[in-house]
Design a protein around this ligand. Structure first.
Ligand SMILES: [Zn+2]
Ligand SMILES: [Zn+2]
Length: 243
């Protein structure tokens, strides 16, 4: 089993430590065919990409690197945030047109677009704190993320179920219908098992990624491989394995 692309990698443009070039060089060393740069969307408090100007600089940097390293595909994406109850994300249509792919994650610590979503965020924060949730909150979270899947051309939902309580079986059904993958994120271990297990019977497909925040971890899929073996996920359900 060998993954050949790693779409979900971070750089110093958001929460990562290295440069885009650092990630590209490690991806080449590991023999990947493609590497994606997917930094956090601009509404992520403290760590999001710094607005339109930063997107422009990233785009220019990536174009220059494509000339310098023609042997690998370098893809420009983002790990966008859900910022409203109707699934709105924190990346404009104009920026989306400039990107090669879109990942969406439901994160805490994100600037909301509406009072209703601010309130939902407060409830999620409290529920994380007290380790309890309610059916109503879970339904509202699931409604927001499935609305995003219906609305945007999302390649994959990152770490589904991890930070926010959602029904990953329902998410899996909608993702299967719209051709969106669920991520198997190699930065986490068995804590992902219940969420992926719930989504498995829906027939949804999975994308393996490192979620590297330091260049050395680009293309490190070891935890994801272990999860696949633990849950007996058929290889044909994974979109980025070597055929
Ligand atoms: Zn994330
Ligand atoms: Zn990430």
């Amino acid at each position: 089993m060998q993954a050949i692309t790693d779409l979900h990698t971070h750089t110093a443009y958001s929460h990562g430590k290295g440069t885009i070039e650092d990630n590209v060089c490690v991806a080449m060393k590991r023999g990947l065919q493609a590497v994606g740069i997917a930094d956090h969307g601009p509404n992520h408090f403290f760590i999001g990409i710094g607005g339109v100007e930063a997107f422009r600089r990233m785009k220019n940097e990536i174009e220059a690197l494509r000339h310098k390293y023609p042997e690998i595909k370098i893809l420009f994406g983002v790990e966008a945030n859900i910022v409203d109850t109707d699934g709105t994300i924190d990346v404009s249509a104009a920026i989306l047109r400039e990107l090669d792919f879109l990942l969406v994650g439901y994160h805490k610590m994100v600037r909301p677009r509406s009072l209703a979503f601010l309130w939902q965020g407060v409830r999620n924060f409290c529920s994380g704190w007290t380790k309890t949730s309610s059916a109503l909150l879970r339904a509202a979270n699931t409604a927001a993320i499935t609305a995003a899947v219906r609305r945007y051309p999302i390649a994959a939902i990152t770490h589904p179920g991890l930070q926010i309580d959602i029904d990953t079986a329902e998410l899996g059904r909608v993702c299967k219908e719209y051709g969106t993958s669920l991520e198997i994120n190699s930065s986490y271990g068995s804590e992902l098992d219940p969420y992926i297990r719930e989504a498995l019977p829906t027939g949804v497909r999975f994308l393996l990624s490192s979620d590297a925040h330091v260049p050395e971890r680009v293309g490190d899929f070891s935890q994801a491989y272990q999860l696949i073996r633990r849950l007996n996920i058929p290889e044909e359900r994974i979109v980025n394995l070597e055929k």
